[in-house]
Structure formats: C-alpha cells, structure tokens
Ligand binder design. Structure first.
Ligand SMILES: NC(=O)c1ccc[n+]([C@@H]2O[C@H](COP(=O)([O-])OP(=O)(O)OC[C@H]3O[C@@H](n4cnc5c(N)ncnc54)[C@H](OP(=O)(O)O)[C@@H]3O)[C@@H](O)[C@H]2O)c1
Length: 199
C-alpha cells in the first residue's frame, strides 16, 4: 500500500515507519522539518500543500503532535489551546482533508495515549486531548462507514522514551515500540474501524 506517515521522524514514528516498511508498504514520511515532505499539521494550508503533491494514497497514519505538560494551576488557556491546535485539531484536519485524496476504503490511524484513561500529574491537557481524540475517532468511524476506516493507537510510554518520561509515569508499564508498530500494521491492513488499540 502507499501510505502517508505524518510525524515519521519521532520516537513513535521511527517504530511505526519500520513496522510498515517491514510489511512492504511504500511509506511517504512527512514532518515539519522534513527536507522532502514538510508539513505542519497545525496549519491547514500546509496540509493542503502536502496532500496536493502526493497523488493517490491507500492509508494515512499519524504519529505527530504533542501537548504541554505542567502543574494544573500553571496551565493556562494558551497552553490548552496549544494542545488542542496541535495534537487534536492537527490530526482532525489531516483526516478531514485526507478524505479528499484517500482511495475509497482506505484507512486513517491516529495517535492518542494512555492519559486518555489513566491520568498522571501535570498531564491534564494530554488527558483532555487524548480523550477527545478517542471519542472523535469512534464517532467518525460511524460517519465514515463504508467509505473509510479510522482507528487510533493509545500506548503507554514507549520503552524507547523511558529516559524522557519515566518521572511523569512512575511505575507505569512500558511498551516496546515494536508493539506500537504492530498496532499500526493491524489498523492499516485489517478491516477494523472505530478501534482504539490500547497498549
Ligand atoms: N513517546 C511515547 O512514549 C508516547 C507514548 C504514548 C503516546 N505518544 C504520543 O505519540 C506522539 C509522538 O510522540 P513522540 O514521543 O514520538 O514525539 P517526538 O519524538 O517528539 O516526535 C514527534 C514527531 O511529530 C512531528 N511533529 C511534531 N509536531 C508536528 C506538527 N505540528 N506537524 C507535523 N509534524 C509534527 C515531529 O517532527 P518535526 O519536529 O520535524 O515536525 C516528529 O516526527 C505524541 O502525540 C505523543 O503524545 C508518545
């Protein structure tokens, strides 16, 4: 399959890109600093420019987007907006515009995260964004039924990110990037829609 992968250069993106390529897929790797396929998902025009130059796609997968972390009392409206604009609305816009270029029956796979169901200290914005995304994916699966599939992958902290996140997720189980890659392969190659792959 020909797959657009947004957020390909990150930690999660690296694991997912390897898994998709190992399955023989033709993966177009995009992210903000990409020399060949730059895109900023917070900017709808940037998404439009990327999609316009790609031709037909069988799947669009995202491992992009971040949310601010910080003490509850110090996270203000601007922080909240930053998280919404980036990880939530960025991925939503990718899907909205993606429906115009994806072949009929193609799939979308988005990234969420464990804070959707297991809150951590300083992670209130991540919890709100991931929870909203998962609800939106479930709702969208119904509305896109028969035209496109859509799923989300909701991992715990990756083993590969242990050094960065261990203090925010004390005692949480880590998940190997390989398992996260497998979940993306399942989403892309299966017939499933509306699934949240909890890892
Ligand atoms: N790492 C974990 O343990 C873990 C666990 C659960 C969920 N997640 C989620 O997985 C996602 C990726 O995490 P990560 O640890 O892989 O982060 P990362 O290493 O910082 O990678 C982020 C990736 O997304 C791209 N990116 C960031 N903002 C973008 C934007 N506005 N438009 C387009 N591309 C953008 C980055 O490339 P450029 O900087 O070049 O744009 C990079 O390719 C996040 O949403 C995170 O919440 C991560």
């Amino acid at each position: 399959m020909r797959i657009l992968h947004v957020g390909a250069s990150g930690t999660v993106g690296d694991a997912v890109g390897r898994a998709l390529r190992a399955r023989g897929h033709d993966v177009v790797a995009a992210h903000r600093k990409s020399a060949t396929h730059p895109v900023d998902i917070t900017d709808p025009e940037s998404i439009r420019e990327l999609l316009a130059g790609l031709g037909a796609l069988d799947a669009i997968v995202s491992t992009a987007g971040g949310t601010p972390f910080g003490p509850w009392d110090e996270l203000g409206r601007d922080d909240f907006r930053a998280g919404l604009d980036n990880k939530l609305l960025g991925q939503v816009e990718l899907v909205r515009q993606g429906t115009e270029v994806l072949r009929s029956g193609g799939s979308f796979t988005l990234i969420t995260g464990i804070t959707a169901r297991e809150p951590v200290r300083e992670g209130s914005i991540a919890a709100a964004v991931n929870g909203a995304l998962e609800s939106w994916v479930r709702a969208s699966a119904g509305e896109l039924w028969g035209r496109f599939r859509i799923n989300a992958v909701s991992p715990s902290v990756l083993t590969e990110s242990r050094a960065d996140y261990a203090s925010i997720f004390p005692g949480f189980p880590f998940v190997d990037g390989e398992r996260v890659g497998d979940a993306y392969v399942r989403s892309v190659e299966s017939m499933e829609t509306g699934a949240i792959y909890v890892l």
